[in-house]
Design a protein around this ligand. Structure first.
Ligand SMILES: Cc1ncc(COP(=O)(O)O)c(C=O)c1O
Length: 387
């Protein structure tokens, strides 16, 4: 399923945007946005075809198609150990919107929300979009245990939310149960909302084990909004589909009200919900196989990057991105990105504040959700130009 021959570069060059194939000059291999090069599972496209055959594209329920809600609740209950109810979750048109929506529902202008540093730009962007302030909590790459006492020192009277990104994009850290229990304890002590973005939770490499913070206990669950999506696990980024889940009716109503779904101003596309339901119900085998392939790519990527002078890459525990320290080259991440783009014809994401926060300074990020052939070619080109 994940052989090089399954990748259709002609289609990718037409359809893969967001810094990928359709946006880079011919000959460049983009290891930029975390979006797989592989076609999705056949069951997903079959489900879409079955639905479209009838030619009815009516309004769906604002709180989501019942089948989607059932499958999503079953996933959270069975795979994530969170006692979930279909009544407390709804589909959203992307995890990105889920993050923004949670900020809109629980933050007011001037409030503070703690984010990890580095972390995907969506967190800061969403917090600032509702007039609140993002307060960074540094979590350096690597597997050293995180001291959450330092996080507690960042809490002020204005703090309303802690934003958890687990596994953490871009470093690939998977938080342990002990760490999550500490974080949950601090949120409970200070009566804070926990926004838990779990879009990467299916992409975790043994022996690391994923824990959803809402699975820990009722006190923590009751203050957690869990967000997930289908872009990373199933390659459905263009379908813009995800889900948000509360643990009590009060939080659910706040999220629904903020979503504007009842007014039909926003809402998740029914076709995307059908696709996501098929992914949850039928494509576990595909996902398992994808993770096996990714684990091989992870090893290839990290091992090769660590042979390059001035590069140092710690193996990610989850996600399909390699976050590499390049300070040993005595160049900035922007300079390295430009050298790789111009001389190696490989596109990577530089560790700039606008992408990941100050904590990404001195790093570059590369997606390895591609074939062994393409990754080997990209890495050998990189090796040739960094000497
Ligand atoms: C941590 C995290 N959350 C959310 C998203 C966005 O997901 P979606 O495509 O569902 O908006 C990404 C995409 O890279 C991500 O890394």
């Amino acid at each position: 399923m994940f052989e090089h021959s399954t990748i259709d570069l002609d289609i990718l060059k037409q359809r893969a945007y967001n810094l990928r194939w359709a946006t880079v000059p011919a000959g460049v291999i983009p290891l930029t946005a975390a979006d797989p090069d592989f076609p999705g599972a056949p069951e997903i496209s079959e489900a879409i075809q079955r639905f479209t055959k009838d030619r009815y594209f009516c309004y769906g329920p604002p709180e989501g198609l019942p089948a989607f809600k059932e499958s999503m609740a079953a996933y959270f209950t069975n795979k994530r150990n969170i006692p979930a109810s279909p009544d407390l979750l709804f589909p959203v048109d992307s995890a990105a919107f889920g993050i923004y929506l949670t900020c809109k529902a629980f933050l007011s202008a001037g409030d503070e929300a703690i984010i990890f540093d580095p972390v995907d730009f969506l967190f800061r962007y969403s917090i600032e979009a509702v007039g609140a302030v993002a307060v960074p909590f540094p979590i350096p790459p690597g597997d050293a245990p995180v001291s959450f006492e330092r996080l507690e020192q960042l809490i002020t009277k204005k703090t309303k939310m802690i934003c958890l990104c687990n596994p953490l994009n871009p470093t690939g850290k998977v938080f342990t149960k002990t760490e999550l229990t500490q974080l949950g304890g601090i949120a409970s002590k200070h009566d804070l909302i926990i926004m838990s973005d779990e879009i990467w939770c299916d992409i975790v490499y043994a022996p690391h084990v994923y824990t959803s913070i809402a699975s820990l206990d009722e006190e923590i669950r009751n203050r957690t909004i869990t967000i997930t999506g289908f872009s990373k696990s199933y390659g459905l980024a263009g379908l813009r589909i995800g889900a948000v889940m509360a643990s009590n009716p009060v939080h659910f109503k706040k999220l629904m009200d903020a979503s504007l779904h009842n007014a039909t101003i926003h809402g998740a596309n029914v076709l995307s919900q059908v696709a996501a339901t098929a992914a949850l119900d039928k494509c576990g085998y595909w996902l398992d196989s994808f993770v096996v392939h990714l684990d091989n790519m992870r090893r290839l990527c990290v091992d090769t990057l660590n042979t390059i002078p001035g590069f140092n890459c710690i193996a990610p525990e989850g996600c399909y991105v390699a976050f590499t320290n390049i300070e040993g080259t005595n160049k900035t991440s922007k300079e390295i990105q430009e050298i790789l783009m111009n001389d190696a014809k490989v596109a990577v994401v530089p560790g700039l504040k606008e992408w990941f926060g100050d904590g990404a300074t001195g790093y570059i990020r590369m997606s390895f959700a591609t074939s062994g052939e393409l990754l080997t070619e990209a890495l050998s080109r990189i090796k040739k130009v960094i000497v």
